[in-house]
Ligand binder design. Structure first.
Ligand code: BG6
Length: 309
């Protein structure tokens, strides 16, 4: 397949900056690469500094022909996060985390410069989507591979000819692969102190976080918390290691920390054997309140992953 743009060196002729396949799109920039499944525009691989940074269960089916969500990478939750709100006709036909993560997105644009490689994905209402969600919308998702980071931008628009406001929740449900020898109880997240959170394990609501470093150490290893109004910079640390993962976000007001632990994790049908020990999810979310977009209005959220020492 020919490169997408004229190339200036042998390396760029061998490694195409953007390679659009029938199931995935691959982006390459020097020693970094990203792979995005067209199903859900789910980022399924991010290699930085020669190491895979995302976890994807080997039981996932990444093909466009399959309609189940991918267990891992960065599933995009929209227009709801978690179970759809009960008793509301608008959401009654939606599944957990909505339909954006299971529908096939189009490649709308691609750009390649010395500053990075970008692919823009688009999702608009198809007949299948209209049968479960009746509102108009346009989703644009930009995957931007930069020399030292991966920047993900979700843009949601309610078309100006829409007849109603567009209410939604959203999340970039990132499964961070843990470094070799690290398991979830060795992981902590900085930046959540003094925030209110809902604990989906105990059912408690609006508890105040007292810890400076939140360790992934819930009952039976399970942690599932929505932190409200999280700061725009969060840092994940690994016990005994100097390397850190930095998440920088905007627009997504909330953050979720999730790992099911061994007891629940081993009951998840598409989880590979022991997979729950290989990741922690640190998600940029907009959970509460729903965003309400009037016709002609839009919303943008960014979520950027980089690494420190
Ligand atoms: C998390 C939720 O973000 O996603 C959890 O907070 C949920 O409650 C998890 O279990 C995984 O969801 P799913 O639908 O991909 O199994």
């Amino acid at each position: 397949m020919a490169p997408t743009k004229p190339v200036d060196g042998l390396l760029r002729q061998i490694i195409m900056p953007v390679d659009v396949g029938s199931d995935t799109v691959k982006l390459s920039l020097g020693a970094s690469s990203v792979e995005v499944a067209l199903k859900g525009a789910t980022v399924i691989s991010y290699v930085h500094d020669g190491r895979e940074r995302l976890f994807v269960s080997s039981k996932s089916d990444i093909r466009t022909s399959d309609s189940t969500a991918i267990r891992g990478g960065v599933p995009l939750c929209w227009p709801v996060f978690g179970p759809p709100p009960a008793g509301n006709e608008l959401y009654s036909k939606l599944k957990q985390h909505g339909f954006a993560r299971t529908n096939v997105w189009e490649v709308a644009d691609q750009q390649d410069s010395k500053d990075g490689v970008k692919v823009v994905f688009k999702l608009s209402p198809t007949e299948a989507i209209k049968s479960v969600f009746k509102l108009s919308f346009a989703l644009i998702y930009t995957v931007d591979l930069r020399p030292y980071s991966l920047r993900l931008t979700l843009h949601v628009a309610n078309p100006s000819n829409a007849v109603a406001a567009l209410p939604f929740q959203t999340a970039l449900h990132t499964y961070f692969r843990l470094p070799q020898g690290v398991t979830p109880p060795d992981v902590s997240v900085d930046g959540l102190e003094n925030l209110a959170y809902n604990d989906k394990v105990s059912g408690e609501q609006k508890v105040t976080e007292r810890r400076k470093e939140v360790v992934i150490d819930g009952p039976n290893g399970e942690i599932d918390r929505v932190y409200f109004r999280a700061p725009n910079e969060l840092v994940m640390r690994f016990k005994g290691q100097t390397e850190t993962v930095k998440v920088t976000k905007s627009g997504f007001a909330d953050a979720v920390v999730w790992n099911p632990g061994p007891k629940k994790g081993s009951t998840i049908a598409d989880m590979e054997e022991g997979g729950y020990d290989r990741y922690v999810c640190l998600e940029g979310c907009q959970v509460e309140p729903f965003v309400y977009l009037d016709p002609g209005k839009d919303w943008t959220g960014t979520y950027e992953v980089s690494f420190g020492q």
